[in-house]
Design a protein around this ligand. Structure first.
Ligand SMILES: Nc1ncnc2c1ncn2[C@@H]1O[C@H](COP(=O)(O)OP(=O)(O)OP(=O)(O)O)[C@@H](O)[C@H]1O
Ligand SMILES: [Mg+2]
Length: 351
């Protein structure tokens, strides 16, 4: 029997995204897509802070969009997740499963009893009797909070993933990985930047940076003494006469400064990757996440890293019924959908 896709439920720090995609003979088709803004501080450092606010928004999203499916795929990112590529003596997948709990201890900064550990063999024969393994550890209490949110909203969490791998899944389904090439997928969110460098379809470096578009919101709040909501409004262009105002010019300056700060951090991570990896030439950078829309970001990245940069389209390979979804709205919200699209491709029964 064909397995059914779960609904992708991405609880980000600024908003919740819901994506439903069906996988049939005609390929991928969009069933559901919506977002709901969260109040500030509902999610802090990748952890659930305002449980009730999030549960209410999730319930509302299911109701408004008349979603019948209860199975959801959720994800975690940021401080509570450790992803490391490690080298171990060659062994079978079964032997690895049995020894990983013990092996993992030396690679992660948390108590091994407080984390869920997952492993994937990337290269079973890396040479000299060694193999490359991807080790993923996520804090149990943080996972439990997200699982509880979904359950409290009447849903069944069937998959727990990690944001950067969701973006990777999304990319594979829409673009496929260019053979023999190294690319970087970068999701710039409100508070976290997920970087995932992929060579020949295999993760070779990941990093989560605790920074994002919210930095600009906070700068605007400080500078003009306005609320969070108002600052968000300024960021995305304000209304009517805003674009010619002196505030708009000031916001543009702040925005450029914040972009530079984010680019500096991204560059630092990619420099580290380059310094520690052979054949580290990145052919192209693909950007996702709401804050990737910051003016200057793309140009600044291209200029400083000397790598072509383009926006990823999470719906490139997804059929969208234009009678049900407004193309203009989809286009505007697409950058923020990357993680949820990746989640929506996961199936009930996946790990
Ligand atoms: N057009 C735009 N220009 C500038 N910034 C934007 C634009 N659209 C959205 N943003 C910013 O992008 C951020 C939201 O992006 P996204 O939805 O990807 O983050 P998130 O998933 O909620 O957060 P995170 O993944 O970091 O927890 C907000 O800071 C928002 O202000
Ligand atoms: Mg996000």
């Amino acid at each position: 029997m064909a397995k059914k896709n779960a609904i992708g439920l991405d609880i980000g720090s600024s908003s919740i995204k819901v994506v439903g995609i069906s996988e049939g003979k005609k390929g991928l088709e969009l069933l559901h897509f919506d977002m709901a803004l969260l109040p500030p501080e509902a999610v802090v450092d990748g952890a659930v802070m305002n449980f009730t606010a999030i549960v209410d928004k999730v319930r509302e999203l299911w109701k408004v969009n008349k979603i019948k499916t209860k199975d959801v795929a959720i994800s975690v990112s940021g401080n509570s997740v450790i992803i490391k590529k490690i080298s171990l003596p060659e062994m079978t997948a079964e032997e690895l499963e049995n020894s990983i709990q013990w092996e993992a201890e030396q690679y992660i900064p948390f108590d091994i009893n407080d984390v869920n550990v997952d492993v994937e063999i990337l290269n079973p024969k890396a040479g000299q009797g060694q193999m490359d393994v991807l080790l993923v550890a996520a804090k149990k209490d943080v996972i439990n909070d997200y699982v509880s949110v979904a359950q409290e909203a009447g849903l069944r969490p069937v998959v727990v993933d990690v944001d950067s791998f969701c973006v990777q899944n999304m990319f594979e389904a829409n673009y496929g990985f260019p053979p023999g090439e190294t690319i970087a997928l970068i999701d710039v969110g409100a508070t976290v930047i997920n970087i995932n460098v992929i060579s020949d379809g295999i993760t070779s470096f990941t990093r989560d940076i605790n920074m994002g578009g919210q930095m600009l919101t906070e700068e605007i709040q400080k500078q003009f003494n306005v609320s969070f909501e108002e600052a968000e409004h300024y960021k995305t262009g304000g209304d009517g006469n805003f674009s010619n105002s002196s505030i708009a010019r000031e916001v543009a300056k702040l925005s450029e400064r914040v972009s530079e700060t984010l680019v500096t951090e991204i560059q630092r991570s990619l420099d580290f990757f380059a310094a520690t990896t052979i054949n580290a030439d990145i052919a192209r950078i693909y950007l996702a996440g709401g804050a990737s829309q910051l003016p200057h970001l793309v140009r600044s990245l291209e200029r400083r890293l000397e790598v072509p940069v383009e926006y990823v389209n999470p719906f490139k390979n997804v059929t969208i019924d234009q009678k049900r979804f407004d193309p203009e709205l989809i286009g505007r919200m697409a950058p923020m959908a990357a993680v949820a699209v990746g989640l929506s491709l996961r199936r009930v029964g996946d790990k």
